[in-house]
Ligand binder design. Structure first.
Ligand code: ADP
Length: 490
């Protein structure tokens, strides 16, 4: 019986998940990865720890289940996106820590670039100029690490997002490769031609020789060297975490969408073989591809589950994130309270870095339960903002949303989401959709499955939330939210 493993390298941990040929999860192991914050707004990780944490979790899964690496049909890799690693081609030594996607060190440079080249960059990449993406981080490393620029020009340095780094390590430096879903987050990749873009490479002063080959997300990439897991195993899948989740949710066709409720929210709408054009500052991105280019529209909310963490760690209003469900359900409404968690500004569709968190509508009768409730509701309102922007761009009404991520476990939040969106919310039985998507990509290329049609039959709804809110109520609450957002931006 063939097995597959997904290496799921996230921001806070590296996980390895083992699946069987029915796409059922058999085991999961995880190892933590620390971030360091050398200056306010700077976020770094140790690339060697990313690698060791990933390998420890993979070996632990095989040890615990007694399944030998030779029984693995393929490895799928999925990863935190945009995070930039630059290393020496000959020694494999990183020249600087990984600059994590959250890092804002290039904010000033990006603001200047947005003013001078914003429209051209968006036209080529589908992205909005922001420190979030890899290009300005690579530029920073080449500018600030002594002699890095010369070594890069001489062809001695390599760049990779975390997928490329892991594959390079897995192949003992033999293969330097990535896929379009990751490449499209670097701001160096032309989303339409599917190749690194010479104008962008010159704008960011990044030599082409540093960049990985871009291979289809589901294809034979390389053999992982036998020394790492005990046998040579083919790597046959790669995708960035959000695109992997879209795939793991079986959103293979245009019009299907998923929303991940984690620290932030990431909503992706599959648009098929057509690049989406947004009038509402949604991003265009490459979806994971099996056979030909696939695209998605993406909107992100910066602060979602992180606001629940704030209730717990800073406000002390809850002891555990999951407790928020019962507390919010115990009051009959929001009592007119709205909370806009713009802790790090507002993302799509506002893209307002200067907005700050606000709580409005407090009266003498308001209790901490109302604040907890308003915080959960804010996640649903922000999701509606993104969905509405996507609907307006695509001209299609979203009637069903597939959800995943830690906070999707909250039934109050999911029911409120259905109501405020006026759409059915479908939570799958397995909410580890990121790893599942990577395993699907790997299994297709390894011949475990023949087509995405076969995978559709694996997808199981866990719970469905039907909208139960009246039209009046929906409009009243939505107006209240929009008023609160205006106040927060003022
Ligand atoms: P990430 O992958 O971004 O680390 P996860 O998908 O693991 O995030 O989700 C964790 C986030 O979800 C945390 O911010 C946490 O506060 C929130 N969260 C977890 N469980 C719940 C819950 N039951 N209700 C509300 N929020 C939750």
């Amino acid at each position: 019986m063939p097995y597959l493993i997904a290496l799921d390298e996230g921001t806070t941990s590296a996980r390895t998940v083992l699946y069987n040929e029915r796409g059922e999860r058999l085991a999961m192991e995880s190892r933590p990865i620390a971030s360091v914050y050398p200056q306010p707004g700077w976020v770094e990780q140790d690339p060697m720890r990313i690698w060791s944490a990933q390998m420890e979790s993979a070996r632990a899964v095989l040890d615990r289940t007694g399944i030998s690496a030779s029984a693995l049909a393929g490895i799928g890799v999925t990863n935190q996106r945009e995070t930039a690693i630059v290393w020496d081609r000959a020694t494999g030594e990183p020249v600087y820590p990984a600059i994590v996607w959250q890092c804002r060190r290039t904010a000033q440079a990006c603001a200047e670039l947005a003013a001078s080249h914003g429209d051209r960059i968006t036209a080529r990449t589908g992205l909005v100029v922001d420190p979030y993406f890899s290009a300005s981080k690579i530029h920073w490393i080449l500018e600030n690490v002594p002699s890095a620029r010369e070594r890069a020009r001489a062809g001695d340095l390599l760049f990779g997002t975390v997928d490329a780094w892991l594959i390079w390590k897995l192949t003992d430096g033999a293969v330097h490769a990535t896929d379009p879903s990751n490449a499209s987050r670097t701001m160096l990749f032309n989303i339409e031609t599917g190749d690194w873009d010479d104008e962008l490479l010159s704008l960011f002063d990044v030599p082409r020789s540093m960049l990985p080959r871009v291979l289809p997300s589901s294809s034979f990439i390389a053999y992982a060297a036998g020394g790492h897991l005990g046998a040579a195993v083919p790597v046959t899948g790669i995708a960035g975490d959000q695109q992997a989740a879209l795939f793991g949710q079986a959103c293979f066709r245009p019009g299907l969408s998923k929303n991940t409720y984690g620290t932030g929210c990431f909503c992706l709408l599959h648009t098929g073989g057509t690049r989406p054009i947004s009038r509402n500052r949604m991003l265009a991105t490459r979806a994971a591809e099996v056979d030909g280019a696939q695209f998605a529209m993406e909107g992100s909310v910066f602060t979602a589950g992180a606001a629940v963490q704030w209730l717990r760690d800073r406000m002390g209003l809850i002891a555990h994130a999951s407790e928020s469900e019962a507390i919010a359900s115990a009051v009959s409404g929001n009592a007119g309270v709205y909370m806009v968690p713009a802790f790090a500004g507002l993302g799509a569709p506002h893209w307002d870095p200067s907005a700050r968190g606000t709580i409005t509508g407090i009266t003498a009768g308001v209790t901490s339960a109302h604040i907890v409730r308003a915080t959960l509701e804010s996640i649903a309102y922000q999701t509606r903002e993104i969905i509405e922007a996507m609907e307006s761009d695509s001209g299609e009404r979203v009637t069903e949303l597939r959800v995943d991520g830690g906070a999707s476990a909250n039934n109050f939040l999911m029911q409120f989401q259905a109501g405020i969106l006026g759409a059915r919310i479908v939570r799958p039985a397995d909410i580890e959709t990121t790893a599942l998507g990577a395993a699907y990509l790997a299994g297709l290329a390894a011949g475990v499955w023949k087509s995405t049609g076969e995978l559709e039959s694996f997808w199981r709804a866990g719970r469905v939330f039907e909208p139960a809110m009246s039209q009046d109520e929906r409009e009243r609450l939505w107006e209240g939210w929009n008023t609160a957002v205006r106040k927060c931006r003022a």
